[in-house]
Design a protein around this ligand. Structure first.
Ligand SMILES: Cc1ncc(COP(=O)(O)O)c(C=O)c1O
Length: 222
């Protein structure tokens, strides 16, 4: 029986309490609950030890609890945690933007806007492209993954699991085939697909952007 007061010691107890408290929509892939993690290893609440091949879906580039990351977070928390940069700005935002600008490829001048999620970054990129060009259209590719908000889902090129049952999606998003040896789509096929799109669905002078994300966490589907 599910009981909200059940002890929280074993993985099974966590799973049962979670069933009462957290909606099914947040699917969890692993049937274990994390207690501790260090570098590339993770221990569950029962003390079982695992090698973590996932790393928060490819976002823990320095592993779990890197001492420099922990020290920096603790030092920051001794000063302030959140002021909202739009209201009271702070120096580390600028320093991080400068660092990312120096790492991003290309010789052109660069600027960085920091947001909370990948989906928010993608949505802002589309909004900026639309505002800058005065055009609505966006071309995305088959097999691309762009996030789980409605606009990014509209651009995501695969139905299951994320797009299933939650449409309709925003308009003016067009899809072109992405070259994929696995699916037998050559570069020439992809270019022909793009040219066909301009003949059949997407009016070229009303297209603001073509979106390709070269750095993949979810991995894209292709
Ligand atoms: C290529 C790509 N775009 C967008 C996203 C969405 O990021 P978030 O889950 O932070 O919204 C992801 C997440 O895995 C991703 O891999």
């Amino acid at each position: 029986m599910l009981d909200a007061n059940m002890a929280l010691e074993t993985n099974a107890q966590f799973i049962a309490r979670r069933e009462l408290a957290v909606p099914r929509g947040v699917a969890s892939a692993a049937p274990i609950y994390a207690k501790y993690a260090e570098n590339a290893e993770l221990w569950d609440v029962e003390g079982n030890r695992y090698i973590d091949f996932v790393g928060g879906i490819g976002v823990l580039n320095t592993g779990h609890r890197h001492p420099k990351v922990i020290a920096a977070a603790k030092a920051q928390e001794d000063h302030y945690t959140h002021t909202s940069f739009q209201v009271v700005p702070y120096g580390p935002y600028i320093e991080l933007a400068e660092k990312l600008n120096s790492l991003a490829p290309g010789d052109m001048p660069k600027k960085t806007l920091l947001v909370t999620t990948g989906a928010e970054a993608v949505e802002n990129a589309v909004k900026i492209a639309r505002a800058a060009t005065g055009r609505p259209g966006v071309i995305a590719f088959t097999g691309g993954y762009h996030g789980r908000t409605l606009l990014t889902l509209g651009m995501t090129g695969k139905i299951s699991p994320y797009k299933k049952d939650v449409g309709p999606f925003p308009s003016d998003i067009f899809r072109a085939p992405f070259p994929s040896p696995r699916d037998g789509i050559t570069v020439e096929d992809a270019i022909t697909g793009l040219e066909n799109l301009f003949l059949t669905d997407a009016q070229p002078e009303r297209v603001a952007a073509i979106i390709i994300e070269p750095v993949l966490g979810e991995g894209g589907y292709t």
